[in-house]
Write a protein that binds this ligand. Structure first.
Ligand code: UDX
Length: 429
């Protein structure tokens, strides 16, 4: 890599910030990482990675000499022109995105003709325009603004950074947009160069579309259960039409995570605030809420009332290869089971620590079979690879009952049944 690559600053060292920092360091940039969380910065300086993300630790380690960590902005402002903003924008009670962390960053940056804010955080369409207005009002219009949304998926974030489907850069002209395009050039990804508002909308619309695809296939699964069709076969048949595509057609117990629920809500809210009622997204959200509870009906059908029954949850994270518990289906499921008086045991290979802070009254097991011991039923909540490789004869011996609910349609139904267990998927024959 050329030593002349543009140095950058990354403000916020969460999933997006750390992956962006490590990725650009890998491409040859010096990167100044800033976070207000002093403990996190200390850990990063010691070489510890505060989140579980495959490949990230190695990438940070390999580029250690190019990565600088600090709780203050001064060094970052000295060394870098491009200030990537990757702070959290969590949902508020009203469903709008909470932009207070973004505003705090903007407030902290002094007047400058040399710097540009590059927005990586997911923000509602119109945020760039309103921030630019604020900057103008405060006589800081010299600070340029670029929207550069991030599309990485947790669990494959490093790969997604290095091999993006597209890079989207939205700006109003000026040096900063070109500089961002230049930074991404080695990745040779298709580039969408557009205005700020359109770049912001690409991000929200992409997530809302993918969430719609999931809610759609989940409803097809529910209809399959009524009509005797098998949603896995149906999705395969649909997915081969390249106008539809095979991805994100996996029916299950609903989508979770830090992005889909929040971004679908934010887009619905944004539309509503501007006077447009986004009917389709209301349904996407409702279907997902109901889908997280459907397992309860299946358990009741097999076991009768759930009071006193023992249910093992296999997996807790919102999807495999992450320790992220945000909006995880396991949270809704566990709370419903507890409300019905069921006892819950659970195992997750990496999310237990996060889960302990969010879920009370649950027995956390050290390995899958320990969670399954004497269970009346087991529910596959997160399709970690190790659950797909379980020895089902061993499972049958360990459990008290026989019911396996495959909440992700990820298990080999024949292998489960061959061990004398009862298999129930979502929308499967
Ligand atoms: C998502 C987007 O994919 C990414 O582009 C964006 O930047 C952030 O939000 P992420 O939240 O990491 O990424 O997870 P993703 O792999 O998209 O899965 C989201 C949820 O949908 C998970 O709960 C997953 O289990 C569920 N899902 C996904 C399904 O239920 N069915 C599918 O077919 C695909």
């Amino acid at each position: 890599m050329s030593a002349a690559r543009e140095p950058i600053a990354v403000i916020g060292t969460g999933y997006v910030g750390l992956v962006t920092a490590a990725g650009f360091a890998e491409l040859g940039s010096e990167v100044w990482c800033v976070d207000i969380d002093a403990e996190k910065i200390e850990r990063l300086e010691r070489g510890e990675v505060p989140i579980y993300e495959p490949g990230l630790e190695e990438l940070l380690e390999r580029n250690r000499e190019r990565l600088h960590f600090s709780t203050g902005l001064a060094d970052a402002l000295d060394h870098a022109r491009l200030l990537f903003v990757a702070v959290g924008t969590p949902p508020t009670y009203s469903g709008d995105a909470d932009l207070s962390a973004v505003h705090a960053v903007v407030d902290a940056i002094p007047a400058s003709d040399r710097h540009a804010l590059v927005m990586k955080s997911t923000v509602p369409c119109g945020t760039g325009a309103s921030l630019q207005r604020v900057l103008r009002e405060r006589g800081r219009e010299g600070l340029q603004y670029v929207s550069c949304p991030e599309f990485l998926k947790e669990g494959s974030a490093v790969k997604d950074f290095l091999h993006p489907d597209r890079v989207v850069v939205g700006d109003d002209g000026g040096w900063a947009g070109d500089a961002v395009v230049e930074l991404y050039a080695p990745l040779q990804a298709p580039l969408v160069r557009t205005d700020v508002a359109s770049a912001e909308m690409v991000k929200l619309a992409s997530n809302a579309f993918l969430a719609t695809k999931i809610s759609f296939i989940n409803e097809i699964a529910n209809v399959c259960e009524e009509t005797g069709a098998d949603v896995v076969e149906v999705a395969r048949g649909m997915g081969l039409d390249d106008r539809i595509g095979s991805k994100f057609l996996q029916a299950g117990i609903g989508f979770g995570g830090s992005c889909f629920p929040k971004d679908v809500d934010a887009l619905k809210q944004l539309a509503g605030n501007s006077g447009y009622h986004f009917q389709l997204l209301n349904s996407v959200i409702q279907v997902n809420d109901l889908q997280k509870r459907r397992v309860i009906g299946k358990l009741q059908r097999h076991l009768g009332p759930l009071a006193g029954r023992r249910v093992a949850l296999l997996g807790l994270a919102f999807k495999p290869n992450t320790d992220d518990m945000r909006e995880a289906s396991s949270l809704v499921l566990a709370a419903r089971l507890q409300a019905d008086g069921a006892q819950i045991s659970a195992y997750d290979p990496v999310a237990e620590e996060q889960a302990r802070t969010l879920m009370g009254g649950i027995e956390f097991a050290e390995e899958p079979l320990a969670a399954l011991r004497d269970a009346d039923a087991a529910v596959l909540v997160t399709e970690w690879q190790q659950f797909l490789e379980l020895d089902w004869d061993e499972v049958a011996k360990t459990m008290r009952g026989t019911l396996i609910v495959d909440g992700r349609n990820a298990l080999d139904a024949d292998a489960v049944r061959a061990a004398g267990l009862a298999y129930e998927g979502i929308g499967r024959r």
